[in-house]
Write a protein that binds this ligand. Structure first.
Ligand code: AMP
Length: 306
């Protein structure tokens, strides 16, 4: 596994891989056997990130991971300052999980002096939910850095977690609108035994807060179970979820049920919808989401928490 700090070196490595893998045995115009899978991360790696690496490893001859704590997507300076960073540990995990190249640039490599370009996805997708809580600069920061990384890596496919459901939607929209030649693959949320979604921020929870946080997947589970029993009314479903949170002393920043394409709130779960939630727990805010399908037979095993 190689660790690369500059875009120029990254391009060289990837071009060399594409040229070498399968070269010489193909007629002109045919594609080589090389294919590049890309997993963008902010480090503090956990099983959620590693599941995306495993999915990429199955499909591609070269797996590239970026590790970059992107300052422009943090609205809260304290969250940025306290974001867990341990490059040595991350590199070890990346290596053992099968990453070939780690791109870990310094901020000035991504944002050189005079940087003045922003990629901005329409407010209908970016001013709601996380955008409403974190400000419009958040998804501008995400869309801009992801564009820059996709242009630098030029992967065949890039892997993003459903855990950040809105982010996945925003990235898909941006890639479609800009016509970037990359497939965006969504990976199922990896959870702890009690259902809590793995997150780099979980390490900042005290033991008590970690216990409280289990109410987040429990609330989603309760809502899902109510849908499976035939409840369709959004307000009734959300009231049940809020009660589960309240019993653990938690109040959500938002808990709502949205159309999975437009993120508009729905009044009833008449078609597949996403229940999305953000909750402050101690020093961090945690987000999660769950697919709700009115036909319970459609519920996949992976959506059911342990
Ligand atoms: P981050 O380092 O938090 O920016 O996350 C990097 C990628 O990993 C994003 O596409 C996330 O959605 C994804 N990810 C984070 N947590 C999980 C999880 N628990 N399960 C699956 N993917 C995740």
């Amino acid at each position: 596994m190689r660790v690369i700090r500059t875009i120029a070196e990254l391009r060289e490595e990837i071009a060399a891989h594409r040229a070498a893998d399968g070269a010489g045995q193909l007629a002109a115009g045919q594609q080589t056997g090389a294919s590049v899978g890309f997993v963008p991360t902010m480090g503090a790696l956990h099983d959620g990130h590693l599941s995306l690496v495993a999915a990429a490893r199955e499909q591609h001859t070269l797996v590239v991971m970026s590790i970059f704590v992107n300052p422009t997507q943090f609205n809260d300076g304290s969250d940025f300052d306290h974001y867990p960073r341990d490059e040595a540990r991350d590199l070890e995990l990346a290596q053992t999980s099968g990453v070939d190249l780690v791109f870990a640039p310094r901020p000035e490599e991504i944002y050189p002096a005079g940087f003045a370009t922003t990629v901005s996805v329409d407010a209908r997708l970016t001013s709601v939910l996380e955008g409403a809580m974190r400000g419009s600069a958040h998804f501008d920061g995400v869309a801009t850095v992801v564009s820059k990384l996709l242009i630098a890596v030029t992967p065949d496919a890039a892997y993003f977690g459903e855990k950040d459901f809105q982010q996945l939607l925003v990235v898909r929209r941006m890639v479609t609108d800009l016509g970037l030649p990359v497939e965006i693959v969504g990976g199922a949320t990896v959870r702890e035994a009690d259902g809590l979604a793995r997150s780099s921020r979980n390490v900042r929870l005290s033991d008590d807060e970690r216990c409280q946080a289990a109410a987040i997947p429990a609330a989603l589970e309760r809502i899902d179970a109510a849908v499976a029993r035939g409840e369709r009314d959004t307000e009734t479903l959300l009231a049940a979820g809020r009660e589960t949170l309240r019993d653990s002393g938690l109040t959500p920043e938002y808990l709502t049920i949205v159309d999975p394409e437009t993120l508009e709130t729905v009044a009833s779960v008449a078609a597949p919808a996403r229940c999305v939630i953000a909750v402050p727990v101690g020093p961090v805010r945690l987000i999660d989401n769950r697919l709700l399908t009115p036909d319970s037979a459609l519920h996949s095993a992976s959506e059911r928490t342990a």
